[in-house]
Design a protein around this ligand. Structure first.
Ligand code: SF4
Length: 372
């Protein structure tokens, strides 16, 4: 590959590209997709031909179930106003059942689902969006008379791989927030013995979902995960580690209120409640909406939506994170801004705290900073 970003030297065999073109897929879009997905998976560029081969060989059946959700994950995945990675992956897989996009409805849709479950038993990728209500025999979400619990168990039993997308499917999300009236649970809680990869986020990032699918197609297995079942390629680093405002954090430059001069200048949002130091996700590098932006870039602090139970554990969203054990981060941040000399000195102190964030606790990477 050329260092100027040209795709001309990626060695995808010509016969693969010709077959891809014969399926109506633009070869340049395909090459770019393979490169971007390989990069998202943190694989070397030499894996691009292997990814291309896997995609060309497959029309892997995918079944997408949706339970207690706002359809935000479906929207995030399917939203497109120009040729996108998502459109490409939809050309490359075989989406057998997805309520949001399928033409069939009612009994026809149900029939399509059951045919797909039977025909592709043991072969399909199952994607699950939304939480699963458990109270009152699952009465709060039934589809064609079948509870979400029963529907999920049936689909997981025949899946080659199960991917839970969005915070509702991965940890209950908003439906499970206190007092959780429907007894909403995550996919893993309903099928505790099953291998499930979790892609939390509100909504899921489409790039991470396509990369996970491509990983399964390319290597025949789910990607390596952390202890919460989240792929390391997407959730291995904190938001804070790659945030474009990090330089301001290290320099002790903070927005104090929304709209103040520091906010307009793009200073750190820590004092406005940003949960980036506690949140593991690749938002700063992948971003949303075809890489256009992400919340912190747009001026709003991270609300920690990829962490378990974030509606309860990360709120109030505008309250700044309290102390790091052993370091007075809040005190330090408050002192900064008193004067230039004080700010310069304090910046070194903050930098020490920041280094602590980066080092973390090797035994528990997910919670270095504890709330009081
Ligand atoms: S506290 Fe938030 S805005 Fe500030 S550097 Fe960390 S992630 Fe970025």
């Amino acid at each position: 590959m050329k260092t100027d970003g040209s795709v001309s030297q990626v060695a995808i065999p010509e016969e693969i590209l010709q077959r891809i073109e014969s399926r109506g897929i633009n070869r340049r879009d395909f090459i770019k997709f393979c490169m971007a997905t390989t990069a998202a998976l943190a694989l070397p560029v030499t894996f691009v031909p292997k990814v291309a081969q896997a995609l060309e060989d497959n029309r892997t059946p995918v079944i997408w179930l949706e339970f207690q959700s706002c359809s935000g994950d479906s929207e995030a995945f399917l939203r497109a106003n120009q040729p996108t990675a998502t459109e490409l992956i939809l050309d490359l897989i075989s989406l057998e059942y997805a309520e949001v996009v399928m033409a069939a409805a009612g009994h026809l849709a149900e029939e399509a689902k059951h045919q797909a479950l039977e025909k592709y038993h043991g072969k399909y990728i199952l994607i699950v969006e939304g939480a699963i209500p458990t109270k009152d025999d699952g009465a709060y979400c039934t589809i064609a008379g079948q509870s979400a619990v029963a529907s999920l168990k049936q689909a997981v039993a025949g899946a080659a791989a199960t991917i839970a997308v969005g915070s509702c499917a991965t940890s209950g999300g908003l439906p499970a927030a206190a007092p959780n009236p429907s007894g909403a649970a995550s996919v893993s809680e309903i099928v505790p013995g099953a291998t499930v990869v979790n892609l939390p986020g509100c909504p899921v990032n489409a790039t991470n979902l396509t990369a996970t699918i491509v990983h399964v197609l390319t290597f025949g297995k789910l990607p390596a995960t952390d202890r919460l079942g989240r792929p390391l390629f997407a959730y291995g680093k904190r938001i804070h580690d790659n945030c474009e405002r990090r330089g301001h954090f290290d320099a002790g430059q903070y927005a104090e209120t929304f709209g103040d001069e520091a906010h307009r200048k793009g200073y750190c949002l820590y004092k406005l409640g940003c949960k980036g130091p506690e949140t593991f996700h690749n938002c700063p590098t992948v971003r949303y909406n075809e890489g256009v932006s992400w919340p912190v870039m747009a001026g709003h602090g991270c609300i920690g939506c990829s962490e378990p139970g974030f509606w309860d554990t990360m709120s109030p969203f505008y309250r700044r994170l309290p102390k790091v054990p052993g370091f007075g981060i809040e005190d330090t941040a408050d002192k900064i801004g008193i004067g230039l000399a004080a700010a310069t000195a304090a910046a070194f102190a903050v930098h020490g705290v920041a280094s602590c964030f980066r080092k973390g606790n090797p035994k528990d990477e997910s919670k270095v900073i504890k709330e009081d």
